[in-house]
Structures are given as structure tokens and as C-alpha cells.
Design a protein around this ligand. Sequence first.
Ligand code: SF4
Ligand code: SF4
Length: 122
Amino acid sequence: MSDTEPPAARPSRLDPEKVSRASRSPKRVGERCGAPPGAYRPRVDPGRCEGKADCVAVCPHDVFEIGPIDEAVFRDLPLRARLKVWVHGKITAHTPHADACQACGLCVAACPELAITLVSAD
Ligand code: SF4
Ligand code: SF4
């Protein structure tokens, strides 16, 4: 690639089937859809998350990344949750782009572990 070429666009991580399923789910909190970016943010319960990335597959704003759980967070979990997280390889969902969240609710509906809640950023 030459210096003048724009960088290649990041491939979409969306899974259309999972998006469609989540958008029809009664668990979706869609009444807040279209909130200004950053007004709400997803909060992931690290004791529930199994790191299988359904949230990544449905978020239209690339809010989530899957990666190793912070050791201090891991140590603070109750024993039962620590065991669960350990069994799943000590990986979890992080929200490095939480400021981009527009509260569509798809991640809440898609998470099989009920690990995500949307919270007001106020
Ligand atoms: S969908 Fe839920 S359990 Fe799966 S990685 Fe995302 S937050 Fe964790
Ligand atoms: S509620 Fe926010 S974090 Fe969840 S899928 Fe929608 S934009 Fe992404």
C-alpha cells in the first residue's frame, strides 16, 4: 500500500442472523434506541460473561472487544463466578468504545448470560 492510499476499512463483525434475532427479542430495551452517543453505556457483569462475543456480533457501533479479564477484577469475584470465568478461559467482554453506544438494546437482548445492562452515563 502506498502512503497516499487510505487504510482498508475494518471488516464488519456483525452477524445478520444474530442481529435479526436480537432485534425481535422481548428482552430488547429498544425504547431508548437512537439515544445520543454516550448518553447510555453497556455495563458487563464480569461474573456472568463467558466471552463468546454475541455482543460483538450485534453491536452496530463496535462498542465491544473480547479480551482477558483484569486480574484484580477476577480476584474480586465470588468463588462461584471465578470458577465460571476460569472455565471459560478468563476472557470477558470489554467496552472500549462505550462512548459510541446509542442504546439500541441489541447487546442486552443477544447476551445469553444476561450479563449486560444499559446504564445512564449521568
Ligand atoms: S454476549 Fe454477554 S456473555 Fe457473551 S461476551 Fe458479550 S457480555 Fe459476555
Ligand atoms: S446498546 Fe449500545 S453497546 Fe449495545 S448493541 Fe446497542 S449500541 Fe452497541
